[in-house]
Ligand binder design. Structure first.
Ligand SMILES: [Zn+2]
Length: 407
């Protein structure tokens, strides 16, 4: 196995076995032709990039029925609004600024930019969410971003002051084409800003459900700096973000164009001290994950023996890994509640738990709810206080298996 960034040697450190496409919610009776792939993760001994060993075709994951909406969470709406305002105040201050977002989803970030009358373009391959963005007044091109598309945008719209991507860059195996495209598109003083789940948080919290088909790379400052360097860019800022279970926002500029912030040296030093990208550290992470799986399955079996009712909460993409890796089927968790209409009435991929609307959660409340959207735990628990008041308990499996609730 070769590194997709630098062709260096990969050391496998975790194996989650046979896994489905995480957003492929099948219809009851229609799961016979379900697609599976081998979910295993390795780290490059040369450039330190952690990455999947097997790739899923992008058209299987990002298509017109892609069901995730950025605007679905109030916390995420506020997060993107704050970022848009900051970009408007710091980077988009020239005479006729231009910003491009890769994977703009439903336009949550760009809508704020559009409202200010600033030139912008979202590039989004998933047609359904792109239509939502367009309906909000965001200019969208339905496409996968790559070098050829970047050259066309540059020819039509001129250079970009900011290229931005949230929870998108780590989805894309073909990084050479992406960074060549950014190189072609970005103005001499422009910045490429992207935010994705942070390897350091994944390892620290044992949040293995960040590992699924759509997350091809697991970035950290060490590997992003090496990746940037290969394309004439420099890592000039990093910022830890509390969203989605822990992310880092990276800022790249052309080499020599900007002075790197002290935060860059700080995070690189912390990663060195933690030996974050060493295979031994990552194998120890995988061992903790396996122990958590055993604990979770033991708890669910115990609850079944006691006759407790257990529902799942949040049919997220990241729940595919935990449900399939732990072998959790309808015998252990009756069904999963989710607010996304496109998932309701369907079955979770691979594990085949029925998905019901949010109203099913309280009708009646279960004894336990397996929180599959643990990265939104605070927001969800605040919304579902009546569940705890009724005696219900939440089951969480990050960083270890534990329950939260009344008494
Ligand atoms: Zn490499």
């Amino acid at each position: 196995m070769e590194c997709r960034i630098c062709s260096g040697r990969l050391h496998q450190f975790a194996d989650f076995g046979r896994q489905p496409v995480s957003d492929a919610f099948g219809t009851p009776g229609g799961t016979a032709s379900e697609f599976f792939f081998h979910l295993a993760v390795g780290v490059c001994e040369d450039c330190s990039m952690a990455q999947l060993l097997h790739e899923v075709d992008r058209e299987r994951m990002f298509h017109d029925d892609y069901p995730y909406l950025s605007s679905g969470s109030a916390v995420m709406r506020a997060h993107f609004d704050a970022l848009a305002k900051r970009l408007l105040a710091t980077e988009l201050t020239g005479p006729d600024p231009f910003v491009v977002e890769l994977g703009c989803n439903d336009g949550t970030m760009l809508a704020t930019i559009a409202d200010e009358g600033v030139r912008h373009l979202g590039v989004e391959p998933s047609g359904g969410v792109a239509d939502v963005a367009a309906a909000r007044g965001v200019r969208v091109r339905k496409d996968f971003f790559e070098a050829g598309v970047a050259a066309e945008i540059r020819a039509a719209d001129g250079p970009a002051d900011v290229v931005y991507a949230a929870n998108t860059l780590c989805h894309i195996p073909y990084m050479d084409s992406i960074l060549s495209g950014v190189d072609a598109l970005l103005s001499p003083g422009g910045v490429f800003v992207f935010e994705d789940p942070y390897l350091g948080d994944i390892v620290e919290r044992a949040s293995f459900d960040q590992i699924y088909d759509e997350h091809f790379y697991f970035f950290c400052a060490t590997s992003v700096r090496a990746m940037a360097d290969r394309h004439g860019f420099e890592l000039v800022d990093v910022e830890r973000l509390p969203v989605h279970g822990g992310e880092v926002r990276y800022t790249l500029a052309r080499r020599g164009a900007r002075m790197p912030s002290t935060a860059v040296a700080g995070l690189l030093a912390a990663e060195r001290a933690a030996r974050l990208t060493e295979p031994a550290t990552l194998r120890a992470f995988a061992a903790r994950v396996a122990a958590n799986r055993d604990d979770l399955v033991a708890l669910l079996r115990r609850l079944r023996e006691q006759g407790a009712r257990v529902y799942g909460y949040g049919a997220t993409a990241k729940s595919a890994t935990v449900l399939n890796y732990c072998g959790i089927g309808p015998d252990l968790v009756s069904f999963v509640c989710d607010t996304t209409p496109a998932k309701q009435g369907r079955l979770t991929p691979g594990s085949h738990l029925p998905v019901r609307g949010p109203e099913a959660f309280a009708d009646p409340y279960p004894d336990y709810a397996l929180l599959l959207a643990w990265n939104h735990a605070e927001e969800i628990m605040a919304k579902e206080t009546a569940f705890r008041e009724a005696g219900g308990r939440w089951i969480l499996y990050v960083p270890t298996v534990h329950t939260v609730g009344a008494s």
